[in-house]
Design a protein around this ligand. Structure first.
Ligand code: N01
Length: 549
């Protein structure tokens, strides 16, 4: 327990108006964003404590340790840029880092910058409340302890709260039930087991080929086919890594000029204008580059319907050429959403897995799940005996993890109530009515539409500037104006208007969570534009924020 923690959560001494907060800033979450927030805020002169629900650093990468878990952004780019020394001393071993490698990287960063001493692990924050009289946030931890801070920074991640579908009978299942985003820390051995995987998004698509290799039989329960492009992962050669390290500054600078925080720029012409063989060659080259890069093979894939159709047809042909059974291939070809309207998955041998004798694809569109029984799953088409069930069913994305710490702002307003009609933020960082509360990678920021590590660094740097601006003038309270927030929400909606993302039932819109308001949550204007807007607002004296002495 921290020295300043008290289990009373507000005893007499604690309530004294003149008692200062325990620390300047409490950070919740020790993933990429939280770790950098601790480091940078300390560098800027603040006292900082962090509470983390897991037993170690890592955030989303601590929990998502399912078989095959791997980042879909290249390792050398999905890494911190704030420290040239860290860039030089970490040795990435693969083009796309697997979960253990990212966990090791974050652990290394935590050691290198001595961050662990500021983090209390195994400490989920269960509630947080703004004390208007004393102008501080008090957070309560699961064990009943509490702590206070002038500012509360939620670095809880946009993909943190697992979505567990309410399947009839699931509690009766006699075998083990795993969720990909809460995978046990000890390896799970599926040898000789009959396993069912529900869900064919990124998590399902990455885990299915690996589980298939181990288990006796794998049943894949697919409701919606997704576009997946082979990641084309490969070992990182020492020469390639040395080359990147020698040019890291230029590579990082380039990422900041792009919408997605990627150092790559692709052709800006359209496949529609090309002769068929030239077009095919271009798509082949994009397929060979692999993963999410495929969507950038032409500038207009996400804006021109015909270009998108041509790219989707190329992928469909690839699926037909890989999968032996034509009927299975057709089931695996997405038919209800344009390519890229959901995040493209990056796989290793996903489609090949369906050529295995021990893999069965179950089409939930034709035969929905009727119930989970003690011995398996009964669909409207038949019964499937299972020993283990894997839920690769996604997340209550973008809002769930902020609401999970139950913030209550001015007048006791809960974030849940404030966002009843969908999230409203200023810059994705602050919420009107919640003074001194800040979100990292919040709704209304580029977050999941860009490189998450770049966006985390940008937001932390900017937030540290805002907090210094507040305390340097002796102020104790800062809050987003309602008018500034309303204008930002309109801007976020305008940026989303006409994008391909509105043409799918995706988690960007909250469409995967029953009853969640259908609102496009991330800022689609691009990291480059967002950065400029944030910088202009800072240069303008942090326009849109009220600072109170
Ligand atoms: O979750 P998802 P995810 N019955 O929501 C199905 C990031 N990520 O964890 O589409 C049957 O995409 C659901 O079906 P449907 C990445 O940004 C990154 O896979 O609703 N099926 C869908 O197939 C990604 O986009 C990496 O019809 C049900 C699946 O479950 C995001 O996380 C790796 C169901 C959920 O797919 C989320 O990915 C992993 C039900 N009741 C994740 N409920 C990398 O960096 C849900 N489904 C590589």
């Amino acid at each position: 327990m921290l020295p300043y923690s008290d289990s009373a959560g507000g005893g007499l001494a604690d309530d004294r108006l003149d008692r200062p907060p325990d620390v300047d800033v409490i950070v919740v979450g020790a993933g990429f964003a939280g770790l950098y927030a601790i480091l940078h805020l300390v560098e800027c002169g603040f006292t900082v404590r962090c509470f983390e629900s897991a037993s170690d650093v890592g955030g989303v990468w601590y929990w998502n340790r399912y078989p095959g878990a791997r980042c879909d952004v290249e390792s050398v780019d999905y890494s911190y840029s704030f420290s040239p020394e860290l860039e030089q001393d970490y040795e990435w071993t693969e083009r796309y880092a697997a979960q253990p490698d990212i966990q090791a990287y974050l652990s290394h960063a935590a050691e290198r910058f001595d961050l662990r001493s500021r983090i209390q692990f195994d400490s989920p924050v269960t509630s947080s409340r703004f004390d208007e009289e004393r102008r501080l946030w008090r957070v309560t931890i699961a064990d009943g302890a509490s702590a206070s801070a002038r500012f509360l920074v939620l670095a809880t991640g946009p993909l943190s709260v697992p979505l567990v579908p309410s399947l009839p009978g699931i509690d009766s299942f006699a075998g083990a039930v795993y969720h990909t985003s809460r995978w046990p820390s000890e390896p799970v051995d599926f040898t000789g087991r009959r396993v069912g995987v529900i869900g064919t998004g990124s998590s399902g698509i990455q885990s299915i080929p690996v589980i298939a290799e181990q288990c006796e039989h794998l049943y894949v329960f697919q409701r919606t086919a997704n576009f997946s492009i082979p990641a084309q992962n490969r070992p990182m050669t020492p020469e390639a890594l040395a080359d990147i390290k020698a040019n890291y500054r230029a590579r990082r600078a380039l990422t900041l000029l792009t919408k997605g925080g990627s150092p790559y720029q692709y052709r800006t012409d359209s496949p529609v204008a090309l002769a068929e063989d030239e077009r095919r060659q271009a798509f082949e080259a994009a397929w060979e580059r692999g993963g999410t890069h495929f969507l950038k093979s032409f500038g207009d894939l996400v804006t021109n319907e015909e270009s998108n159709r041509l790219a989707a047809e190329f992928v469909a042909e690839k699926i037909r050429s890989i999968v032996d059974d034509p009927a299975i291939a057709e089931l695996l070809i997405p038919s209800d959403h344009p390519l890229g309207s959901k995040r493209i998955c990056a796989d290793t041998n996903y489609y090949q897995a369906f050529n295995r004798q021990n893999v069965t694809l179950v089409d939930l569109r034709r035969t929905p799940i009727a119930e989970v029984t003690p011995s398996g799953i009964r669909t409207e088409g038949g019964e499937y005996g299972l020993d283990d069930l894997v839920l690769a069913t996604g997340f209550d994305a973008m809002t769930g993890s902020f609401q999970a710490v139950y913030p209550r702002g001015a007048g006791g307003l809960s974030l849940r109530d404030a966002w009843r009609g969908g999230p409203r933020t200023y810059l994705g960082v602050a919420v009107a009515g919640f003074p001194n509360l800040f979100l990292l990678s919040g709704p209304g920021s580029p977050s999941v539409l860009a490189n998450m590590v770049r966006t985390a660094e940008q937001q932390v740097d900017w937030l540290a500037g805002l907090l210094r601006h507040v305390v340097d003038q002796g102020a104790t309270l800062v809050e987003a104006d309602v008018a500034a927030q309303d204008a930002w929400v309109r801007h976020v909606n305008d940026a989303a208007e006409g994008t391909i993302h509105l043409r799918a039932n995706n988690w960007y819109l909250g469409a995967n969570v029953p009853g969640k308001p259908r609102v496009f949550m991330p800022y689609a204007g691009g990291l480059d534009v967002y950065r400029r807007e944030c910088d202009e607002i800072a240069a303008d004296g942090y326009r849109g924020f009220a600072v109170v002495d």
